[in-house]
Design a binder for this molecule. Sequence first.
Ligand SMILES: [Zn+2]
Length: 409
Amino acid sequence: MQDKELYQVILGLESPWSVSEVELDIALGEIRIHVGHPRGTKFGCPECERQLPCYDHAETRSWRHLDSCQFKTLLVARPPRVNCPEHGVKTVSVPWAEKSSRFTILFERLAIDVLLATQTVKGAMGILRTSWDETWYFLQRAVRRGRDRKEAKPLPRIGIDEKAFAKGHDYLTLLYDLDASTVEAISDGHDTESGIACFSQLSPEQIASVEAVAMDMSPAYVKAAKQTIPLAEEKIVHDRFHVMQLATNAVDKVRRGEHRKLMLEDDNRLAKTKYLWLTSEENLSEKQEAQFAEVLTLKLETGKAWAYKETLRELWNHEDVASATAYFKDWYQRVIHTRLEPLKKVARTIRERLQNVVSYCTHKITNGVAEGLNSKIMSIKRRVGGFRNRENFKTAIFFHCGGLDLYPR
Ligand SMILES: [Zn+2]
């Protein structure tokens, strides 16, 4: 078999296209496959598909294709132009590449597979032998393609959360589909405007389909939801993990204050216990458990605060809103009569937003999905070796977490 015929088969070229020449450049490590068509071939106008004779040819172009035996392989052709009576002179589209791409469809598919497998742009660059910009180009095109194709399906359960970027000085707001575990929208910042910008990326039908929204207790997203989602007040569910985080932080504050006081009397019983109090009872290791039981018998304020925190956890085990509300009111009464100021502050915060904390009983949602995706995003970010800009970061989030159909066809 001649090398021309071989490449014809390998490339899967279809009529009218055929291989006219195969050029091997040993010095460059490149194979250049020249592709052409017979005289008199008709081509479709790219706008209206009308079949027209070849008018002339555009400049010679090349497309990077899959390597042949480690040689970089390029498809070389002069794309024909047609003169459409309706659309004027137009360059026809070639079957092996998407419009304006410098890579064949097969190469782009490979690039997407490699990026998904390595999860790092640098790793993919090494395997594909592409530049930084070229590699990001695959991600960007794949995400644009996937987002254009994505249908606006109903989103009954969504979550909104902030994501720190660039060492925590810069934030993005992410909107999740809690059922599909995908990122549906991203906006800059983490204020009310950011929330509105995220919700507004949903279609009016999607907005109308929202039954429940998980979020932290920050007023920004509450406000944003109220301004964009009808009857938001009944749909907001403050994420239980965020609420428990507030309580855990309060226990730590109590411990620090008490430890400081004890140290003044040379009492260091609370030294090195920070992580004991941060862990929930069921997650303590055996060794910690023994240590913990001992600390609890000391009748310290920190122990009391911890016990209140642990009983708060029960709030999410109630079947209905009424019993959860009653449980909280009882908990509140007990906490508010202590001298545990940080915990009292948390109790007041929850009371203010209680309706949207106990709404968990109705909707049973949390932003756990968001936390899972966040750790995925953070590991992608670490392995990519830093995103050079915010737009790249967004692109990578959609690429890996958008649930998109990324491949060219
Ligand atoms: Zn036309």
